[in-house]
Design a protein around this ligand. Structure first.
Ligand code: ADP
Ligand code: ADP
Length: 542
């Protein structure tokens, strides 16, 4: 290894990851001897939204705990913590000085939304309205309930809410507080794109309203781009040290992140750039037919949700993306294909061998990760399996852990690995991006793409992360309708038609970053937004 990494370099690119200059300097905080050290802090700005972009375990929470006055920074002197004067002296003349001075006098109030909303039901016993009323310091809860479509579950006990409902309730509860500093640790998990955009708008509105500072960690880059005024990139070695860069413009920060090279820091964080196709890819759907399904209907009972599917084909060697709002029948369609549920009308050929990664991963066996994965494939441990699956999904570090002890992101990576390790005709992945940090999404996307290419495999990937879908899919299966009531799936189409169909339903257009051609969400009613809607081009440049 290059000497700074505690684990194996996931990119096998040891020579290019140079030692950051920051490491010669004083950290803002170190937990103890040989413990995690943090270099640099994000700077909360009054009236604006500051984003942090980086992997998990890099010190984002540590930084926020410092800014929220829960940890007094020790400048690396963990056995003889310096006083506030010394800390402020260290940052005198920087943008942080004013903020740290306020912290010292105890005059900063903080509201925060936790990362894992799934844990809220363990901490709160009551219904949605009770939870929201409890935090409504600004008297805005009714408005937030409406904007975030929480109405249907407002009288429901918190422990009966779905992940997407909990996420919106947690956001409303945080934004209803009257604070100087708001910290939102991931807003998009379990939300569909429409809900993601609404959440981003609410956060921006609250920042603009006054002298409040918003700090957001977000792994969906299209949403981070829409949300943040400036961003700090966080890099380093998860678990060992983290460096938080000075603020960059959001556009510049995301561009540098995608290019793999931080310019002002002169730091390469990834060997290759991530690139998007500006023009719709030429359709690759000329392969032989793998699955042909007829018109299908699935109703869960009278007056309950009903899905209609128009007949279509899935072709060999393609990655078919599936997009649409929550509660529209995407998982139902996946289960129809696997044969887990029977259609109400029509029938599906269940001869097909399908490897299925469900949306909610239930693992209750107290088995070790390595034992579990070697029970799935006899390729386990081969050099091929190591390079194609274990390395990109960063499994080495967790091989000896027990499945039931894994975090959400670790569980997701094991589940993707298990799915790809099977010998199947069709790989069906339902929301592989959930719980993955930004770097893991990049690696997982590449792993799935490479695997399908090198195996002539066929995959169906359901996801809400536009960048992931863009990088993965050859064609799209678009779901429309009214969530929780009725859904409709059209036959799969090419990327351009699919994106247009999907985004016109949401009234969201994307422009292209001039330098990198990465897609960026247009401001509603901006000139480009109006022009593109008029031309019917929601995603790809004409
Ligand atoms: P992130 O929010 O980016 O996921 P954290 O700030 O939570 O990262 O953690 C960064 C590192 O610091 C992790 O390796 C974590 O184990 C370590 N860490 C967090 N809190 C403590 C603590 N109180 N004592 C020692 N190490 C800690
Ligand atoms: P998506 O994957 O697009 O979010 P789903 O296919 O999971 O949507 O669900 C579509 C709708 O069907 C939702 O309203 C959901 O509550 C409902 N639903 C799913 N499974 C069942 C079931 N077994 N019984 C009754 N309703 C169900």
């Amino acid at each position: 290894s290059c000497g700074i990494c505690v684990a194996k370099c996931p990119f096998d690119a040891i020579e290019i990851i140079n030692l950051p200059q920051e490491l010669d300097q004083t950290p803002i905080h170190r937990y103890g001897e040989n413990s995690f050290a943090l270099y640099g802090l994000p700077v909360p700005q009054e009236g604006s939204v500051t984003g942090i972009l980086g992997p998990n375990g890099i010190g984002k929470t540590t930084a926020v705990r410092i800014l929220a006055d829960e940890i007094t920074p020790n400048l690396g002197e963990y056995d003889a913590a310096p006083d506030w004067e010394t800390v402020i002296d260290e940052y005198r003349g920087t943008e942080l000085q004013t903020y740290l001075e306020k912290l010292q006098t105890g005059s900063v109030t903080v509201a925060r939304k936790p990362q894992y909303v799934d844990k809220i039901p363990n901490q709160f016993d009551g219904n949605t309205r009770e939870l929201l009323t409890g935090t409504d310091e600004r008297g805005v809860v009714d408005d937030l309930i409406e904007r975030l479509s929480i109405g249907p579950v407002v009288d429901q006990p918190i422990d009966t809410l779905s992940g997407g409902e909990l996420q919106r309730v947690a956001l409303a509860a945080t934004l209803a507080r009257d604070a100087d500093f708001y910290f939102l640790d991931e807003i998009t998990p379990y939300l569909d794109i429409g809900q993601r955009v609404t959440a981003a708008r609410l956060i921006r509105e609250l920042a603009a309203e006054g002298d409040r500072s918003m700090l957001v960690v977000e792994h969906d880059l299209a949403v981070l781009d829409l949300l943040a005024d400036t961003i700090h990139v966080a890099y380093g070695e998860p678990g060992a040290f983290g460096v938080i860069t000075p603020p960059k413009s959001t556009r510049q920060g995301i561009n540098e992140y995608l290019s793999g090279y931080l310019e002002s820091e002169n730091m390469r964080i990834r060997p290759e750039a991530i690139e998007f196709e500006q023009h719709a890819p030429r359709t690759a759907s000329t392969g032989d037919i793998l699955v042909e399904y007829p018109d299908l209907v699935k109703s869960y009972g009278e007056n309950e949700f009903s899905l209609t599917v128009e007949s279509g084909v899935i072709r060999e060697k393609e990655v078919l993306g599936a997009v649409g709002p929550n509660g529209i029948g995407k998982s139902t369609f996946a289960k129809l294909l696997t044969g887990a549920i029977e259609p109400t009308e029509g029938s599906v050929d269940t001869q097909l061998d399908i490897a299925y990664k469900p949306q909610y991963i239930e693992i209750d066996e107290p088995m070790r990760v390595d034992a579990f994965l070697s029970s799935i494939t006899d390729q386990f441990g081969s050099s091929y399996w190591e390079t194609e699956i274990a390395q990109p999904l960063q499994l080495e570090r967790i091989m000896e852990q027990t499945l039931t002890d894994l975090s959400g992101g670790e569980r997701q990576r094991v589940a993707i690995a298990a799915c790809l390790s099977e010998d199947a005709d069709l790989y069906l992945l339902d929301e592989p991006s959930a719980h993955l940090d930004v770097e893991q999404r990049v690696l997982a996307t590449r792993a799935i793409r490479r695997y399908t290419e090198s195996h002539d495999a066929t995959a169906l990937v359901i996801d809400h992360d536009t960048y992931m879908i863009d990088l993965l899919a050859d064609r799209l299966l678009v779901f429309e309708g009214s969530p929780a009531t009725s859904g409709h799936a059209s036959p799969p189409v090419d990327m351009r038609n699919g994106m247009n169909q999907f985004l016109s339903d949401l009234e969201i257009t994307f422009r292209r970053d001039q330098r990198t051609t990465r897609p960026r969400i247009n401001k509603p009613d901006s000139q480009l937004d109006r022009e593109q809607k008029a031309a019917g081009e929601y995603y790809y440049a004409p």
